[in-house]
Structures are given as structure tokens and as C-alpha cells.
Design a protein around this ligand. Structure first.
Ligand code: BGC
Length: 763
């Protein structure tokens, strides 16, 4: 199947209703509880109409204009008949209203469509890519940016986002690592919940909240060798202890929808995995929303080799518990027949349709199917200055200071001359990142602009690109054309570097180097950037590198050569201003890495919460787990990030050194800002279970708090340790707290070594 990501744009003049007409509601808006309402609608439906609800169409074909291809015409007719449940990639108040009108004015039961879209890190106003924003460790902030994204999307007719992605990912080669919250299950879980709350708000029926989607269920981030869509092999304990916790948290938080993953999991494609999709998600977790397949994932059961045709694929997916088929063409082709031939019981279809109807009722679509289509709100909401302020706040808080030798940063007021160098320095497009929804191309504030906006007036700013990074078509689907050879700009760059007091070198990845289908075997600098970095650092020792990227990169060589290093990810619309504020000390960086940075790509997958192998930790003989050519640990570990001030930690205090079933221990630590600048610290608590029924990670993040401290200020942070915190999926195949001793670390990163210990006794 070919795939286009274009968004439905063309509306024939005159076919669009001029205003939202609340009077045009459907005939099926019954009263009672959502459950009763869904039942009463279900009772009216034919089998064809039911199966239609389970079909999600892509909107790149022109539903509003003359549909030319036979397939397009067929799709249009199905839509009018009410045999489509929702559409994706139809955007704008006018276009969504027009598509909705086709259903409301032509179909028998007038069941409104749901409109889905990948609102991953903003709709028009762009926030940092999710991995970058996760570096803020600021849950309130992430809830806020999701809220703004939801408001913008809702104003443009969207009522369902395919976000957040909560795939734990530990492999920097995997391009989609940019879309999640990194390598840790706990961090992924709490961030997923914050984002869901932001999208869905307190009331899903409000016209400015949208349904969220927990994806990709499950294991997608563990693709072998970091190659997107690749086979996944994880054991049952890894699945339950590492992959599932964020999904469980999302289900408990009331996420409206789930999305099944493309990959197979120990031989069973996720979209045909009955144990996962039906038994765990719907039965054990008792989750009531609806489960959509990823794009074409049901039809892909055929190339996976577990189904011979769409009929068999449909049977597998329906039985597994996939309620809606995204652009797979399987359900619409085969499901009616399968039910009529009694090969699939109709109660499975009823369950799926009820789930979909419930979400539509919860969204308020039955009360007013056009409630999300309002051009006036759309005009006011998209890219408003308030929304851009939130984007600036998020961008600043997501920056991670990785190196600051000799306190080169912040740059002082008396600096006279700065050379800004690098292919990404003047780039107004890459900061928008991949998965950029409706962001306008080249609309971000570049680093160069941000530096000009925030440098002292007396400071001269010179600029040389030095090299190009990528040329040609750059979009979601096209392969990138990396410039591998042209060094003709080096001479100018070196000459400016020589004359400057300091150099800001902006290098990294093009926006479309990370994201879906963007796996890389080499995570170093693409093109001639490494040579450029070498030439510039040679010419000026006061070089600060600003990295722009969606994945951890191999920066070992350059990190050793530069004096300062700022990780800026793809920060969105206000990227440059955020970097400018940090470089000149208007904002004290507070980000911490949500993912480990390797010393070498060969260490991948690399993560702090590894297991102990059983072998010695080191020694004179070679027979321990290590590489002979590179150290085991990260260049920059999970949780790490510097500040312009310094935070001193006191000893960890426990109010008791053991607890029993139902009890707790309070762990406290006092943190003091011993520097001269106000700043924020992320106080992180890690546990290690010393002896357990299965092997346990050497450290596990279990809690954190981000605190603000004025110079000289001290704050005591308390953490409550309870059974929940020490529970895991044990050898008994259930979640339980096992008795025993635990090491407890509290500090500023996963590399923290200061520890105490406590005991849990079950009673
Ligand atoms: C991605 C999903 C996305 C969907 C719809 C798929 O290729 O894996 O994450 O939501 O497309 O665009």
C-alpha cells in the first residue's frame, strides 16, 4: 500500500458550511449513562454499520472534491453511508467540518466521525520533541504543553491525537527514540500520565480537549539492532517490568485509546497478540477505551507471515482485541463476511464498536459533531503569542548543560566578539524536529537569531555556516540527502573562529535524521561536521558546542575538545531564544538526560538500569563483561546535567531502617545551593533490590523531585518508600513486594554512589 502523509486541504468552494451549526446534530443522541447511550446506538446498527465504525481512513484523498480514482470514489461512498468510523490526517476546522457533514447529512444513523492526527509535540506551535522535553523532568510543564497542543489541534477540528508514545527505548540507533521519554520505565510512565492529562484535561467533552493514545503496544522501542520495525525478542519478565509499566499507568490514568505496535514480540505480531491486547490490556487491566492498529498493521500480518490473506489477518486481529483498523483495508474487506459465516462471534464486534462509541460520546461528538470545527477559535488559538510563550518556557527547561570547563558559560557581558558557526546555526527549520504536524516550514527561531536577540549589545556576532548538512527534499517520508564532501566553507569559518573571543558551534542532526524510519548504524556527526568541529576547535579553544538532535549521538571526540557543551535537542518554535537565554545566563539550565549518551555506538543499547551479569566487575584477566576497546559506562549518564550553580547533598536520612506490609519509610535529603545563581535541581531516588527471585537492575529510578533553590538556600526533600515502590513482576508471574534488603541512592544522576539501605519484611 502506498502511503501519503499529505493532509486533506482541498475543499470545493461553496461546499463548506459557513459556520458551525449546532442544530445539525444527529438523530442518535440518547440520554442516560455513556454505557446506556452506547448500547442504545449499538442496538440500531446493522452489521455493515458496526464494521464501518471499526474502519479508520487516511484523509489524503480528496473527500470534498471530485474523487477521481475508483478506490477514492468507493471510499467516499462508504463515508456517506456511515461505513467509516474515523479519519486521520484531515485537518483544519473547515475540512473536518466538511468531512463530518458528509456523514451527518448522508448516513442513516449519523454517527459522527472521530478525527485523529499525530499531534506529537505541538500542532502549529512546536514544543521540544518528546525526548528533549523529557529532559526537563518537569511534569507540570509537560502537561501544560500537551494542553496547548490539544487546544490548537481541537481548534483545527482534531479530537484525537496519536500520542503520547511511551515505548521505553534504549537504543540510540532507533530513530523514534526522539518520540518517547527515553530509557527508563518509571520516567516514561510519569511523563505519559502528565501528557495524557494535558491532552484529555478533566473533561474530554470540552471543545478544547482531545482523546490521547498510548502507543505502541508493545515492545516497539526494543527493535533488534535499533532498526525500525524490526523483530523484538524480550522475555516475559522484561515485558512486564520494563515495557508495560508506562502502558499500565496510561490505562489507569484513563487514556481513551491504545495503538497496537507494528513489531512482533517473541514470534507473535503485536496486532495479533491476544494475550497482550485482550487478556492483559482489556481483561486484567480492565481498560475500557478502544484499541486502534498502527498504520496498516493488520494487513501487515500477511508479510509477517502469520496470515495468508486479509480474511485471516482480520480474524487474528479481531480476536486479539484490535478495535479499529488504521488504513489496513482488512476489516472493511473481510469482517462482515467472517461474522456472517459465524467465523467471528458478533459479540466481539459489539464489544469493539461499543468501545468506539463510548469514546465518541465522551468527546461530546453526539451532542455536537461540529464542536471542534470553529474557524474563529482556530484563528485565535493557532500560534498565538501565549502559546509561543509556553514553547519558550518548555524549550529553556529542556536544555541540558553537559560540560562547562572553566565556567565558560554563561558568556559574560564584556564579551566583544562571538563567531557562530555550523550548518545548523542559521537553520530555522530543523529546530521544529520531525513529527511536526502543522508547523510552518522554517518558522523556528534559529540559534543565530536567538544569539543576536540575547547577546549584549556591544558584542559583535559573526556567522559562517562552514558546511551544509542535508540538501534536497526534506520531509517526513523522503530519504535525506546528506552533504558528505563539501569543505569549501571551512576557511571562512576558521578565519572567523580565530578572530573571536568565543565560538558557538552548532552541529548535530537534521530534523529528519531522527523519527520514524530513520534508524542509523552510525550515530556520529553526518556529513563533514566532524572535520568542521575539529578545524574550529583547533582555531579557537573557547568553543561551546550546541548540539541539535533527536537521539543520543556519539560525540566522544568533540566533547573532549570543546570547553562547553549544550544539548539542545530540537526545541521547537522558540529554539533559538531558549539557547540564547541559556548562553547568556538569563536562564540557568536545569535539564537532565532522559537517556544515556554512549562513548561509542557499539555500546548500544546502553542504559543505566542494566543487570549485573554475575561475572566479576573487573580484574586483570579478561573474563568479565566488558569491551577491550571502550569502557562500559556512558559518556554522559542518564539523569545527568550541570547547572551554573552547585548543589550540595547532605546524608540520606531514614525515619526507620525497615518496614513491613502496609508500612512506609521516609527517606530525606537536604540539598543546598552553594553557588551564586538561583537554579533548579532534579533530586533523583534510585533503588537496588539486593536479592530477589529474578535478576534485578543495578539501579532503578523510583522517584524524583525538581526543586528551585536561591543561592545559599537549602531544602529538605522527602520521599515515601512503600510496597508499591519495591514491587515488581516476580518469578510467581505477578506483581508483588519481596522481602529483603534494598540499597537506596539519592543524588543528581544515575551515577550517584552515595547510598544507604533498608529492609522490607512481609507479614
Ligand atoms: C506510526 C504511528 C502513527 C501512525 C499514523 C505510523 O506509521 O507508527 O505512530 O500514529 O503512523 O500516522
Amino acid at each position: 500500500m502506498t502511503r501519503t502523509r499529505q493532509v486533506l486541504m482541498g475543499c470545493l468552494a461553496g461546499t463548506v458550511l459557513s459556520a458551525c451549526n449546532p442544530g445539525t446534530t444527529n438523530a442518535t443522541a440518547p440520554s442516560g449513562s455513556t454505557e446506556q447511550k452506547a448500547d442504545s446506538v449499538l442496538a440500531l446498527m446493522t452489521l455493515g454499520e458496526k464494521v464501518g465504525q471499526m474502519v479508520l481512513y487516511n484523509g489524503s484523498w480528496d473527500v470534498t472534491g471530485p474523487a477521481t480514482g475508483t478506490d477514492d470514489r468507493k471510499k467516499l461512498e462508504k463515508l456517506k453511508k456511515g461505513h467509516v468510523g474515523g479519519m486521520l490526517n484531515v485537518t483544519s476546522a473547515a475540512n473536518t467540518r466538511e468531512a463530518q457533514r458528509l456523514v451527518m447529512e448522508n448516513s442513516r444513523l449519523k454517527i459522527p466521525l472521530i478525527f485523529g492526527y499525530d499531534v506529537i509535540h505541538g500542532y502549529r506551535t512546536m514544543f521540544p520533541v518528546p525526548l528533549g522535553e523529557s529532559a526537563s523532568w518537569d511534569l507540570e510543564l509537560m502537561q501544560k504543553t500537551a494542553r496547548v497542543a490539544a487546544r490548537e489541534a481541537a481548534a483545527a477540528g482534531i479530537n484525537w491525537t496519536f500520542a503520547p508514545m511511551m515505548d521505553v527505548s534504549r537504543d540510540a540507533r532507533w530513530g523514534r527514540i526522539m518520540e518517547g521519554a527515553g530509557e527508563d520505565p518509571y520516567l516514561n510512565a510519569v511523563i505519559a500520565v502528565a501528557r495524557i492529562r494535558g491532552f484529555q484535561g478533566d473533561d474530554l467533552s470540552a471543545a478544547n480537549t482531545i482523546a490521547a493514545c498510548a502507543k505502541h503496544f508493545a515492545g516497539y522501542g526494543f527493535a533488534e539492532a535499533g532498526r525500525d520495525y524490526n523483530t523484538v525478542n524480550i522475555g516475559e519478565h522484561e515485558l512486564h517490568n520494563t515495557i508495560l509499566p508506562p502502558f499500565r499507568a496510561a490505562a489507569d490514568a484513563g487514556v481513551a485509546t491504545f495503538m497496537s505496535a507494528f513489531n512482533d514480540l517473541d514470534g507473535i505480531p503485536a496486532s495479533a497478540d491476544r494475550k497482550l491486547q485482550r487478556e492483559i490490556l482489556k481483561d486484567t487491566w480492565n481498560w475500557k477505551g478502544f484499541n486502534v492498529s498502527d498504520w496498516g498493521a493488520i494487513a501487515e500480518l500477511i508479510p509477517h507471515g502469520v496470515a495468508a490473506d486479509k480474511v485471516q489477518a482480520t480474524g487474528l486481529a479481531v480476536r486479539a482485541g484490535i478495535d479499529m483498523d488504521m488504513e489496513g483495508g482488512a476489516y472493511e474487506e473481510a469482517l462482515v463476511q467472517l461474522v456472517e459465516e459465524h467465523k467471528i462471534p458478533e459479540n466481539l464486534i459489539d464489544d469493539a464498536v461499543k468501545r468506539i462509541l463510548r469514546v465518541k460520546f465522551d468527546l461530546g461528538l453526539f451532542d455536537d459533531p461540529y464542536r471542534y470545527c470553529n474557524e474563529e477559535t482556530e484563528k485565535q488559538e493557532l500560534y498565538s503569542s501565549e502559546n509561543r510563550q509556553v514553547a519558550l518556557e518548555a524549550a529553556k527547561k529542556s536544555i541540558v548543560l553537559l560540560k562547562n570547563n572553566g565556567n565558560i558559560l554563561p558568556l559574560g557581558n564584556n564579551i566583544r566578539n562571538i563567531a557562530v558557526i555550523g550548518p545548523l546555526a542559521g537553520d530555522k527549520d530543523s529546530p521544529l524536529g520531525n513529527w511536526r504536524a502543522q508547523a510552518e516550514a522554517n518558522s523556528a527561531v534559529s540559534v543565530l537569531e536567538g544569539i543576536r536577540n540575547h547577546a549584549p549589545e556591544s558584542c559583535e556576532i559573526t556567522y559562517a555556516k562552514g558546511a551544509d548538512l542535508a540538501a534536497g527534499t526534506r520531509n517526513f517520508l523522503s530519504p535525506l540527502d546528506i552533504n558528505d564532501e563539501d569543505t569549501s566553507g571551512f576557511a571562512e569559518a576558521v578565519s572567523l573562529a580565530r578572530k573571536a573571543d568565543a565560538v558557538i558551534l552548532v552541529v548535530g542532526e537534521d530534523a529528519f535524521q531522527s523519527g520514524e524510519g530513520r534508524s542509523q548504524a552510525d550515530i556520529g556527526f553526518a556529513g563533514v561536521q566532524q572535520q568542521l568541529a575539529d578545524a574550529v576547535t583547533e582555531a579557537n579553544k573557547n568553543t561551546v558546542m550546541v548540539l541539535m538532535n533527536g537521539r543520543p549521538m556519539d560525540i566522544t571526540d568533540s566533547a573532549g575538545k570543546v570547553k562547553g557543551l549544550l544539548e539542545s535537542w530540537f526545541l521547537g518554535s522558540e529554539h533559538g531564544n531558549a539557547v540564547g537565554e541559556v548562553l547568556f545566563g538569563k536562564y540557568n539550565p536545569s535539564g537532565r538526560l532522559p537517556v544515556s549518551f554512549p562513548r561509542h555506538v557499539g555500546q548500544e543499547p546502553l542504559y543505566y538500569n542494566r543487570k549485573s551479569t554475575g561475572r566479576p566487575e573487573g580484574g586483570e584477566q579478561v573474563t568479565y563483561s566488558h569491551y577491550t576497546d571502550v569502557a562500559n559506562d556512558a559518556l554522559f549518564p542518564f539523569g545527568f546535567g550541570l547547572s551554573y550553580t552547585h548543589f550540595a547533598y547532605g546524608n540520606i536520612q531514614l525515619n526507620r531502617d525497615s518496614f513491613t506490609t502496609g508500612g512506609t519509610i521516609m527517606a530525606s535529603v537536604t540539598v543546598t545551593n552553594t553557588g551564586k545563581m538561583a537554579g533548579e535541581e532534579v533530586v533523583q531516588l534510585y533503588l537496588h533490590d539486593e536479592v530477589a527471585s529474578i535478576t534485578r537492575p543495578v539501579k532503578m529510578l523510583k522517584a524524583f523531585e525538581k526543586i528551585h533553590l536561591e543561592p545559599g538556600e537549602a531544602r529538605t526533600v522527602d520521599f515515601v518508600i512503600d510496597e508499591d515502590m519495591i514491587s515488581f513482576y516476580t518469578i510467581n508471574r505477578k506483581w508483588e513486594a519481596e522481602p529483603g534488603r534494598f540499597r537506596l541512592y539519592i543524588g543528581s544522576s544515575s551515577a550517584e554512589t552515595d547510598a544507604t539501605s533498608f529492609e522490607f519484611r512481609s507479614e
